[in-house]
Ligand binder design. Structure first.
Ligand code: ADP
Ligand code: ASP
Ligand code: MG
Length: 409
């Protein structure tokens, strides 16, 4: 008998029929004697609908009230799943984030979980009930409703599993595991049986939305056994996120390719080439809560230089506005922007022991005539910023060039 947390994403609870199917799967595990805690997302499309609704009323809604609105989707699905479970004779109780007391900080729309009180849940489990918890939401110290950022139900699932010391956290979604890249973009992508936390963290932070990055951080920190599986298949082992790379196996050089469409690039031209200039440009950007990703400062000539960086596309207008103020202040010649950038990254722990990975990546992209506008590397990843229109081509050719199309066994 095990204590299992299962999280079901939006597509998996997208209509009443699917909710009944989830109930059947949960019933199967319950019948085997396992204690079951279920975390749900809102029905697919619902969170987007709620955000759009808010934007119709207010162009710039208060983050506190936005969270009041966008957290409601999950309250619907947890109630419905409990009804479906009761229909098939299983005792079930739903909890909103506040009812569990998933305590978060007060950063509305991107709150961080600080603590989870597992007492109610343990009590219900001991009484033989299935516990169904709303993903994506919590409460702050004074009882305000908060949400955890898009895709945040993954994090609720893993954090709950850590808090109640579950034996396993299973993330059920609309694909049957973590693939070498998004299988919707590259049909030849292969499902991975295992992927290391390190790699999964990079993949998630570089755009693979199959797991929210914070859920992977939690699982790594609290040693939660984490698996990604399909809610549409009866069988299948999915993908296990592992702590260690498998020493018995020859490591592939690259495990996966991640990408993000939502990038924008800003270049400040003719900046005086003197100490403190990066701070003068990026300080005000950071103060406005805009994340900066890749940064390049060119070699100076004639006492001036050019300075480029990327931001998330939704922050582009805000960043450009801030820089208009900065431009006069530092005496830069011109500011240029491009809001249609994308980032492609290759990820793999095997990179550590294989030289020449970067040159193979650059050659592959050059052969397709794809211009690399920015490059950044770490020990286990190489990212390039390119024009968005080449994104799918870039992912496909890299997938092939690094042998990810082929079966390994
Ligand atoms: P859920 O609603 O279940 O949380 P998401 O849409 O958040 O599901 O995440 C699953 C989706 O992630 C898949 O449908 C797939 O298109 C996408 N995805 C991106 N990269 C990968 C990858 N490397 N492996 C698997 N799925 C990926
Ligand atoms: N419903 C939320 C979202 O769409 C949380 C989630 O699905 O994980 O982002
Ligand atoms: Mg998701």
């Amino acid at each position: 008998m095990a204590l299992i947390v299962q999280k079901y994403g939006g597509t998996s609870v997208g209509n009443p029929e699917r909710i009944k199917n989830v109930a059947k799967r949960v019933a199967k595990f319950h019948a085997q004697g396992h204690k079951m805690v279920i975390v749900l997302s809102a029905m697919s499309g619902e969170t987007n609908r709620l955000i759009a609704l808010a934007k119709e009323v207010s162009a710039n809604p208060s983050p506190r009230e936005l969270d009041v609105v966008i957290s409601t989707g999950e309250q619907v699905t947890i109630g419905l799943l409990c009804m479906a479970l009761e229909e098939i004779g299983i005792k079930a109780r739903s909890y909103t984030g506040g009812q569990v007391r998933i305590l978060t900080d007060s950063s509305f729309t991107k709150a961080r979980i600080l603590d989870i009180d597992g007492d109610n849940i343990r009590c219900d489990l001991d009484a033989g009930a299935v516990v169904v918890v709303a993903g994506f939401q919590g409460v702050d110290e004074v009882g305000n409703i908060t949400t955890l950022g898009r895709g945040g139900s993954d994090t609720t699932g893993v954090a709950l599993a850590a808090a109640i010391q579950a034996d396993e956290c299973q993330i059920y979604t609309d694909v049957d595991g973590v693939y070498t890249t998004d299988p919707r973009v590259v049909p030849e992508a292969r499902k991975l049986d295992t992927i290391t936390f390190e790699e999964m963290l990079e993949m998630a932070s570089l755009g693979s939305k199959v797991l929210q990055i914070r859920s992977v951080e939690f699982a790594g920190k609290y040693k939660v056994k984490l698996r990604v599986l399909s809610s549409f298949q009866e069988e299948g082992e999915g993908t296990l996120i592992t702590v260690e790379e498998d020493k018995n196996m020859e490591q592939p050089i690259i495990s996966g390719i991640a990408f993000n469409r939502d990038e924008a690039k800003i270049t400040v031209l003719g900046v005086p080439d003197k100490p403190g200039i990066a701070y003068q440009i990026l300080g005000p950007v950071a103060d406005a809560n805009v994340d900066v990703d890749m940064i390049i400062q060119n070699v100076g000539h004639d006492g001036t230089t050019d300075f480029s960086f990327t931001v998330n596309r939704p922050d582009y207008d805000k960043a450009m506005k801030i820089l208009e103020g900065v431009q006069t202040h530092i005496g830069a010649r011109e500011i240029k922007g491009d809001r249609t950038m994308a980032k492609v990254s290759i990820v793999g722990v095997g990179m550590r022991s294989h030289p020449g990975v970067a040159s193979r990546m650059f050659r592959t992209l050059a052969e397709e005539g794809i211009n690399l506008q920015m490059i950044s590397t770490s020990e286990i990843k190489i990212s390039v910023a390119i024009d968005e229109k080449y994104l799918e081509l870039a992912v496909r050719v890299l997938h092939r060039a690094f042998g990810l199309d082929q079966a390994t066994s």
